[in-house]
Design a protein around this ligand. Structure first.
Ligand SMILES: [Zn+2]
Length: 367
C-alpha cells in the first residue's frame, strides 16, 4: 500500500512515494495573492501547481496526476479564496499536469496548441487497457498499476514493470476522463484574472514539444513548470538540449524574484542557473559523444557510472538516470525528427533508463 499523508502532526511528513518530505506539502504564498501548491519531494508525479487570486477571481496553473490529488489541492484553495477557479492553464501535455482537468468544469482551460495536440497521445483509457492488452505501448509513461512481471510485445523492449508499478503505485487513474483545453494559443497570451494580468509564454520545445511558463509580472513570479526540476534531474522528451538552455535563458530574462518549478521547492535565480549548468554539462559531455557516433544509452552510462560523476552537484539530484531519456531524445532530434520521443523509441528509452537506475544503485552500494 502506498503511504498516505495524514494530519497527524506527530507523524513524520512523507512524500507520495513514502520518502521523508524535504519541504511541506500544501500552499505556500510566493507573493501577495500568488500561491504555489507543492507536492514534496518533486519526484515522479509529485508535481506542483499554482493559484493566482484577484478579489473573487482565481486562476490555477496545472492540475495534478489524479483526481484525489487534484481535489485535495482544490479543497485547500477554497480556504484561500472561496470560489471555483475561472481559469486553468495547462503548462504542457504530461498527465501529472493535466489529468485532474475534469474537476474544473465550467472553467476556461488554456494551453499552447502544441501541448493540446500532445495530450491526446497519452490517453488514460488506453493506458488502462494496457493491463490486459499491452497494445497501447506507444503511450507508455503513465502505466496503470498494479503491474507485475514484464511484458514483451513483438519488437518492443521488455519493461521492468514490477519496478515501474511500484513507482506508479501512489496514483489512481481509474476515474479519469481526459479533459482537453477549451482554448489554445501560439507564442504568447495575456490572461486577465480579476484586475490582474498573467502572461502565458511558450518557451519550448524543451521538456516536451509544447512547454509554457506562466509569468506574473505584478509580483515578479514565474511558474516555470517542467522547464525547472529543482533537486531532481530534468527529463527531456523533446529538446534538443540547446533549446532547453534557450528556454532557461528566456525565463531568466524575465527578471523574476521567485520561481515555482514543476517539480521541487520554490527557488531563486541561483537554482535556475544550476539547472542551466546541468544542461551545459549534458551538451558538452553527452551530446558531443553522440556527435562522435556513441549510442545515447552508452553515452549516458559513460557519464553516470564514471567516478567523476559523483563529484558533480547534480549527482545528488533525484533520479540521475533520466539522462538516458534525455540523450535518447537528443539523438531522435539529431536523426531528423521534429517531434518528441514517442512509441517504441520512448519505450526503449524508458527501459534503458530503468536498467541504468539499477546499475547506478548497485555502483553506489559498492561505494
Ligand atoms: Zn511534470
Amino acid at each position: 500500500m502506498p503511504p498516505t499523508i495524514t494530519d497527524d502532526k506527530t507523524a513524520p511528513a512523507l512524500s507520495l512515494h513514502g520518502e521523508p518530505a524535504n519541504f511541506a506539502l500544501g500552499y505556500h504564498e510566493v507573493a501577495h495573492d500568488t500561491w504555489a501548491w507543492l507536492q514534496p519531494n518533486g519526484a515522479l508525479g509529485e508535481s506542483n501547481s499554482g493559484l493566482i487570486v484577484s478579489g473573487e477571481h482565481a486562476l490555477v496553473v496545472d492540475s495534478l496526476w489524479d483526481l484525489k490529488l487534484t481535489q485535495r489541492m482544490l479543497d485547500e484553495a477554497r480556504k484561500i479564496v472561496d470560489v471555483a477557479p475561472e481559469a486553468l492553464v495547462n503548462t504542457h501535455s504530461d498527465g501529472d499536469h493535466v489529468w485532474g482537468n475534469q474537476l474544473f468544469s465550467g472553467a476556461r482551460i488554456i494551453s499552447g496548441s502544441t501541448a493540446k495536440d500532445l495530450m491526446t497521445l497519452d490517453m488514460p483509457k488506453d493506458l488502462r487497457a494496457m493491463r490486459t492488452g499491452g497494445k497501447a505501448l506507444a503511450a507508455i509513461g503513465a502505466l496503470p498499476v498494479p503491474f507485475v512481471g514484464t511484458v514483451d510485445v513483438g519488437d518492443l523492449p521488455r519493461l521492468p514493470l514490477r519496478e515501474m508499478g511500484r513507482e506508479f503505485a501512489p496514483f489512481d487513474w481509474r476515474e479519469i476522463e481526459l479533459t482537453l483545453p477549451t482554448e489554445t494559443f501560439d507564442g504568447e497570451l495575456a490572461v486577465r484574472i480579476g484586475d490582474r494580468e498573467v502572461q502565458l509564454i511558450e518557451v519550448g520545445p524543451a521538456h516536451t514539444g509544447g512547454d509554457t511558463v506562466v509569468w506574473v509580472p505584478d509580483v515578479n513570479v514565474c511558474f516555470a513548470a517542467d522547464i525547472l526540476f529543482i533537486d531532481g534531474t530534468p527529463i527531456m522528451w523533446a529538446g534538443p538540449v540547446k533549446s532547453w538552455i534557450a528556454a532557461i535563458d528566456r525565463i531568466s530574462a524575465l527578471g523574476a524574484e521567485r520561481y515555482v518549478p514543476g517539480h521541487g521547492p520554490i527557488c531563486g535565480q541561483k537554482e535556475v542557473d544550476l539547472v542551466r549548468e546541468y544542461f551545459e554539462w549534458v551538451q558538452s559531455e553527452g551530446v558531443t559523444q553522440l556527435a562522435r557516433g556513441v549510442k545515447p544509452v552508452k553515452a549516458a552510462r559513460n557519464l553516470l557510472l564514471s567516478s567523476e560523476f559523483e563529484q558533480l552537484p547534480w549527482a545528488r539530484w533525484d533520479d540521475p538516470a533520466r539522462l538516458v531519456v534525455t540523450l535518447c531524445s537528443e539523438q531522435h532530434r539529431r536523426d531528423g525528427s521534429t517531434g518528441q520521443l514517442l512509441g517504441v523509441g520512448r519505450s526503449r528509452a524508458i527501459a534503458s533508463m530503468q536498467a541504468t537506475k539499477t546499475a547506478i544503485a548497485r555502483k553506489r552500494k559498492r561505494g
